[in-house]
Design a protein around this ligand. Structure first.
Ligand code: SF4
Length: 229
């Protein structure tokens, strides 16, 4: 198991703009552009990126079930499809920390819905930046043999993997060590956190699915990605 409590992430100058533009229906007015600049600074100053992950050997995949040698089991048609022929999997949880959740909640409580929406869009993109940084670390750890490669990442809550499977992920990692817990709805707290799995094995045998979005039918989803991390 590995834990990173101080991660540096690469943040583009216009972070949040593209996602916010989609959220706002395609264009931003001058007031929103100015608020974006102001809130971007606040968001970046108040994140604390952290990562925990561990490697698990896959024993077998039968039907919708992925059996790990540890006794853990993942269930779902797409997780078994994505991990097919992988020999190992890295299970991870990453977070931007609690402070940013508190700030967004405060804006909502004050009734400043626009600020909360802008900060939410910025931090959604910051979580993607964190995903890019952690993918590098995880893939370096998982690709242990010549000719091996990694699958795309896949997370509970994505199409055809129920959010309840978070419980299995949290039984595989001591997430409290990076300050993340599951609430009774199987959502992570802090909310600006994400979890998931990458599979690893011989490149000619493992899944070639590029992103979980590729096998998701929600074509008009504003979060749709064509490239994995
Ligand atoms: S298209 Fe949207 S809903 Fe479907 S997996 Fe991608 S982000 Fe999730």
């Amino acid at each position: 198991m590995k834990i990173f409590k101080k991660l540096n992430i690469e943040i583009s100058k216009d972070i949040g703009k593209s996602f916010l533009t989609s959220v706002m229906g395609g264009r931003l007015n001058k007031q929103i552009e100015e608020m974006l600049v102001e809130k971007r600074k606040i968001c970046i100053e108040n994140i604390s990126p952290k990562l925990i992950f561990d490697k698990y050997d896959i024993e077998k995949i039968i039907g919708d079930k992925v059996y790990f040698k540890s006794g853990n089991v993942f269930t779902g048609p797409n997780i078994s499809r994505i991990l097919k022929n992988s020999e190992t999997a890295i299970i991870f949880v990453q977070t931007l920390g609690n402070k940013i959740d508190v700030l967004i909640t405060e804006e909502s409580k004050k009734g400043d819905t626009l600020s909360a929406i802008i900060m939410d869009a910025i931090t959604t993109n910051l979580l993607e930046c964190l995903g890019k940084a952690t993918a590098k670390i995880i893939k370096t750890e998982g690709i242990t043999q010549k000719g091996w490669d990694s699958t795309c990442s896949y997370s509970p809550g994505q199409f055809k993997w129920t959010i309840e499977e978070q419980k299995e992920i949290f039984s595989m990692l001591p997430c409290e060590k990076i300050g993340v817990k599951l609430n009774s709805s199987f959502l992570m707290e802090p909310f600006k956190s994400s979890s998931g799995v990458y599979g690893f094995g011989p490149s000619e045998l493992i899944s070639k699915i590029k992103t979980a979005c590729e096998i998701c039918p929600k074509k008009d989803c504003i979060g749709r990605r064509t490239k994995d991390f």
